[in-house]
Each structure stands twice: as structure tokens, then as C-alpha cells.
Design a protein around this ligand. Sequence first.
Ligand code: SF4
Length: 442
Amino acid sequence: MKDSGRYWLETYGCQMNSAESDALEIQLAARGWLPSGRPEDADLIILNTCSVRQTAENRIWGRLGYFQSLKEENKLKIAVMGCMAERLKDQIRERVPSVDIIVGTFGKNLIPDILNSNEEKIDLFGKDEFSFQRVYGRKGVFRSSMPIMHGCNNYCSYCIVPYVRGREVSRDPEEIVGELIDLDNRGVLEVTLLGQNVNSYQHRKGEDIITFPQLLKEITLKVSNIQWIRFLSSHPKDFPKELISIIAENEKLCNHIHLAVQHGSDKILAEMNRKYTREWFINLVDEIRQEIPAISLTTDLLIGFPGETEEDFELTIDLIEKVRFSDAFTYYYNPREGTKAFNMGDTIPREIKLKRLSRLIEVQRRISIEEKRKRIGNREKVLIEAVSKKNRNELLARTEGNSMVVFHGKAERIGSFTTVDLKDLRGSTFIGMEVSLCHGNS
Ligand code: SF4
């Protein structure tokens, strides 16, 4: 196999996949591989796949079909990795015989090593403990993400993740801190710690157990350039008081928690195997808000689960009205073969799912806007990320609570912190005005 050239990498699904793709790109670059700009010019095509939703899988099948036709014209290699590779390896070999390399959810970092193998077809599966090594991203030099744990033990009845990513494995804290110090030395300002169930992080070394709050504490003591630390995604059941207090006390831990509630009906939450009730969740939110009044809470909401009645759905609307999340990722249920819920059938007709989803989106959008409007007039710290696509004279920045702000400014400011006054809203983006230091406003 060719061991350098041009590659095209497509990434689907979660932030974990994005971080792993970033890490793979760093490894490829170190071996002389360059991005091709478009798939038609590539010597190597890599798909980092997702299996969480059927729509993602359908899209990937379509792309594989296209890349197979490209391969008939050009001499290129196709590698498929990630959750769909793990789940549907045999189907991929059968439906797209021209795929050269299939790698499961472990061992993605080994792809550069196997590119110069003489074997025609390579399948790489299994539990490679070392697949975490140096897996951190590079969203520009000032933002980065780092997986700190892998897999999930929760078995939510609708979710394929525990089957494709395996059980939870938490990385060695010394390795995590070492890599973060490295990022810190390289001038990174913001880091997102990643895990399917990040707050259940727990590393055992002999008699010692390091928990997630302890890890966060340790990290904040060791980094100096990194001013913002985020983490994704949190399961509500693993949110002890100690974790709330550490976020409240430590300036480096962002006042933003993505706390996936999924539903507002106790009946559906139990069927989903989420291990909490709506009342328990509302109490948790109250506790968090009492300790951290400025917290921004975002969530995931899944509607159309088998057996969901209008009443169950209304309880979800009621929950979001009560909790008032800053934002929500909303989606409707699709059965995934191999999960427990698959056997419950897909009882809610698609039109009803779509109708409920659009109402949910509408209500959440209104709440998001109302909550944002309350912040107009605030002065907030932001990290400048990019030039606005709509207006080249405007910069796009992110607040600690994960809201986007545009304001007038020059591109050389990208990758620095500043302070802005929030003046207005354009859609869901704030319009800000940078606080001018020379006028003594800071
Ligand atoms: S917590 Fe539930 S939804 Fe999240 S990855 Fe684990 S099984 Fe899936």
C-alpha cells in the first residue's frame, strides 16, 4: 500500500469522532500525507463513521457507493473506521468490496501504521488499550479536545454506543495531565475533555481511585495558559455535589454543562433505562443553579420513543419550560438493531414524530431566545474563533456559556480572549461590541 500521498477524511457523529479524526490527521501529516482538498484527488479516503442514527449510516452507505465508483477510475485506497465499521463490518465487506481497510472503534490511531502493509485487505478490531495514546485534537492552536474515557456502561435502551464502543475505560490521569501540560505549553487556551459519559470517569491504580472531580481539580492546578476547560457529555446520574462545587469554585471550569435529560416523562425515562426521574433531574438542576447561578445548561432530547403518548410528550415540553435550557439538541427515535428498545418496535408513526419534534424545536427555540434576551446588556468574556462567514469585517466568538457572539474586529485577533458588551440578538447569535480598553471600560 502507498505510504504517503493525499488523503480525504470524512467524519460523522460525535465530538469523540472529531477528536480522533484530528489526532489521525496529525499522525498522517507526520508521515508526509497531505489533505487532498476534494475526494476526487485523493490517494486515500478515510471515513470515520457513526452508528448512533440510521440517517448517519444511510449517508455513509451513499458515500461509500460514490467512493467505490471513484476507485474504479482512480487508484485509491478506502478505509472505514469507527462505530459503523465495528457494527457492520461484514455488510461493508459484502456491499462495498473495494473497501481496503476496516478498523473498529479501537485502534483508529493504528491506521497510519498499516497503510504501508502489503496485505490487500485489512480488518482491525479488538480492544487496544493503547488506542488512547496521544489522541488529542487541534481545532486551531487555541482550542483543543481530548478524550479522557471511552465506552459506556449505561445501556440506555435505545443506544448502540455500549455495543460498538464497549465498556467504560478511563485513561491514566498522569497521561491526561501530561498531554494537557503539553497543550498548555503550545499556547492552547480552551480544552474540551471528551467521553461518551465523561463524568463517570474513574481510574483505579492499585488502591487509589481517581474520580472525575479529582481529575478536574488536578488539571486546573497544572495548566496556566488554558483558561477554559469544558467537558462533554455528562450523564445526570453521575453528577455528585463535589463536581458541582468544583465547577463553582474554579474559574477555569466553564460555567457550561451539557446535561442530557432525553425526556420529561418518568414512564419513558424508565423505559429508556436512564436511571433518574424528572423530579430528580429538576432537583439536580436546582442544586446546580443554587451553587452556580450563571451556569448555562444545554441538553439532548429524544422524542418518539416506543409507547410515547401525547401526555408523555407534553411532560417533556413541561420539563423544558421548567428547566429552561440555554439550548438543546433534539432528535427523534430511530430503532437500532441490537439495542433493547429494538424489540419494542417503532410504534410512533413518522408524521407524529416529526410533528412532536417540530413543536419541541419551536418551544426550545423560544426559550433559548428569551433566556438570551435576558443577557442583553451583560459584559462577557469571549474567545475569538473565526471571521464571520456573513460579514468579513466581523469576528465570531464564543462565551463561557457556549453562546456565539459577532462583533466588529480584525482577523488577527482570532485565538485571543476579549470582553464584549452584548447589545442585541441576530437569530440566536449575539451582536456584541468589544469593550475598548483604552477608554477604561474594562
Ligand atoms: S449514557 Fe446512554 S445514551 Fe449515552 S452513550 Fe451511554 S448508553 Fe448511549
